[in-house]
Design a protein around this ligand. Structure first.
Ligand SMILES: Nc1ncnc2c1ncn2[C@@H]1O[C@H](COP(=O)(O)OP(=O)(O)OP(=O)(O)O)[C@@H](O)[C@H]1O
Length: 281
């Protein structure tokens, strides 16, 4: 098993203010699996991802990767965010090469490691379709191109696990479609394990082998769905009855677990109480 979350809990704040961001999370992800996380706002998706990245510590439970406890970030795991976080003063190629934890940036680096890193950067440039803009600076690129650079940079250290937090959230619909096929291609080629957070249920189904649906207050796993599609995805599958049925089910479940209806009821009560409250002078 690549990733094992055993009864993970995470709290923020203390006393009456204590918030259970993650409550008793149990999740196992296999090597080369593509798992997507969806759920209403505040259900702990990003917190769980940050924990997998080693950026957040669990307060209870255990997180194991390849059977070993995770305590810190490591080169075997790379994180990609919605905001591309590229270095504006570096060209595309240098952004890709600049993966700080690579041996090549250390004093003891050998000419063989420099050459290997250079070869990997060139391969990633081709894979990501960036060959025409290697000398451009990030501010000269579209959002989609910047995100390609960010993914290429994340792949530079050959991560075994790619953790993606709404990486395509800021892109337009057409660019997202292209990026979906690109990331599926990367997943196949690199044989990586991917955990991908999104608000977009269609994206979660199209990319994922399994969709993990989380719910808020406290943040928890509500249910896990196997995606009933072949692993090799094609865009026409988005119209398949089983795709549409799962989409409906997930959307209904997210609405039911979001707490939005309870909030609306409370607002309704408040406005009714307000209307009947005695008016002051
Ligand atoms: N550093 C922090 N300090 C205090 N509370 C936090 C912190 N990080 C997250 N939280 C809280 O933990 C809960 C889970 O947050 P998280 O960002 O993981 O949810 P999410 O599902 O990713 O939300 P969204 O979909 O809106 O991005 C939220 O209530 C959030 O306010």
């Amino acid at each position: 098993m690549k990733i094992q979350c055993r009864n993970l809990s995470k709290f923020f704040g203390a006393g009456a203010q204590r918030l259970t961001a993650l409550d008793n999370i149990g999740l196992q992800v296999q090597h080369n699996e593509f798992v997507t996380l969806v759920g209403a706002s505040g259900c702990g998706k990003s917190t769980l991802l940050r924990m997998l990245a080693g950026l957040e510590r669990a307060d209870q439970g255990a997180l194991l990767i390849d059977g070993r406890h995770v305590t810190d970030p490591g080169i075997a795991r790379a994180l990609v965010f919605q905001h591309y976080s590229l270095y504006p003063w570096l060209t595309v190629l240098n952004n890709i090469k600049f993966c700080r934890r690579l041996d090549v940036h250390r004093r003891h680096s050998t000419s063989a490691s420099v050459e290997a890193a250079s070869g990997r950067a060139d391969a990633l440039v081709r894979l990501m379709g960036l060959a025409a803009c290697i000398d451009a600076y990030p501010n000269q690129l579209s959002g989609g191109m910047q995100q390609r650079v960010a993914i290429a940079r994340a792949l530079m250290g050959r991560p075994e696990i790619l953790l993606m937090d709404e990486p395509f959230g800021a892109l337009d619909a057409q660019t997202r479609e292209v990026m979906h096929d690109l990331i599926l291609h990367v997943h196949r080629l690199e044989q990586s394990t991917i955990v991908f957070v999104t608000h977009d249920v269609e994206e979660a189904i199209y990319l994922g082998h399994r969709v993990v649906l989380m719910a808020p207050r406290p943040g928890r796993i509500d249910s896990i769905y196997e995606v009933p599609l072949p692993r090799e995805r094609t865009r026409d599958m988005k119209h398949a009855p089983q795709f549409l049925a799962l989409k409906r089910e997930l959307l209904d479940r997210i609405r039911d677990t979001s707490g939005i209806e309870t909030d609306l009821d409370l607002l309704d009560q408040l406005s009714r109480n307000g209307a009947s409250a005695p008016q002051g002078d």
